[in-house]
Design a binder for this molecule. Sequence first.
Ligand SMILES: NC(=O)c1ccc[n+]([C@@H]2O[C@H](COP(=O)([O-])OP(=O)(O)OC[C@H]3O[C@@H](n4cnc5c(N)ncnc54)[C@H](O)[C@@H]3O)[C@@H](O)[C@H]2O)c1
Length: 259
Amino acid sequence: MRGLAGKTVIVTGGAQGIGRAVVDRVVHEGGNVVIADCHAEFGKSAAQEADEIAGRPAALFVHTDVSDEESVRSMTEKTVEHFGGLDQLVNCAAVFIMRGLEATVEEWRRIMDVNIMGQALCVKHAAPHMRARGAGSVVNIASISGHIAQPGYLTYNATKAAVANMTRCMAMDLAPDGIRVNAVNPGTVWNKNNERFHREQLGMDRAEADADPEIGGRHMLGRTADPEEIASAVAFLLSDEASYITGENLMVDAGYTAM
Ligand SMILES: NC(=O)c1ccc[n+]([C@@H]2O[C@H](COP(=O)([O-])OP(=O)(O)OC[C@H]3O[C@@H](n4cnc5c(N)ncnc54)[C@H](O)[C@@H]3O)[C@@H](O)[C@H]2O)c1
């Protein structure tokens, strides 16, 4: 894909799930990647495997808490020291505190700190380095959950709706610097954590979840997504193939929100 080779990309939440698939795709396309995640064990192994995919030292793990501004500042500085600059950012890290009106103040603060402020802090500290390059691209990971109501999901869905509109505001503020900002809104993604949830809580494997009218059946294509299918959309929006796209919320949901 045009405009990814040789680029340096920060992927928050890159140790697992969708972020991990984005890391692998970026290095496969010839980019360098910083995995900014709070899970040290998975982050280090993700970096090792990304180096193997690339066949060169392409990945750096930096232990990061995106809700802590000093941690984000230090992570962006380490990125620039290590790779000589920064071109692109993927805001993937999130916590899944699914609560309704019963949510405590502490639960509200935690999910807003990570899912909303965490994305804003990463853009705040990445943008000056992109501005120094004269161009940049940011992809925020939002969700179908930011556009619909789901039972008992008040806290999470509020944060994802915030990401959808922060994306438009950031795009407007950063356009004069040649920095594009877009969001990818995935449907249900079959990652390891979702696999465990469906097995332990619902007694379902993937085939059963895909066949269930309330899970796979909520998507027009009748199935959940592989993380790599989300990573493809992220790679497109990062790349020069999307050079005339900014402020966009791309639904990557097999038609879930079109029904
Ligand atoms: N899985 C889905 O079905 C789905 C659907 C729509 C949107 N999303 C969104 O996609 C993104 C990735 O989700 P996933 O399912 O791959 O999740 P995941 O749990 O597999 O990965 C999330 C990663 O974020 C990291 N993280 C959490 N808090 C952090 C913090 N404070 N600082 C740094 N890292 C932190 C975790 O360690 C983990 O590696 C999230 O933004 C999520 O809201 C997921």
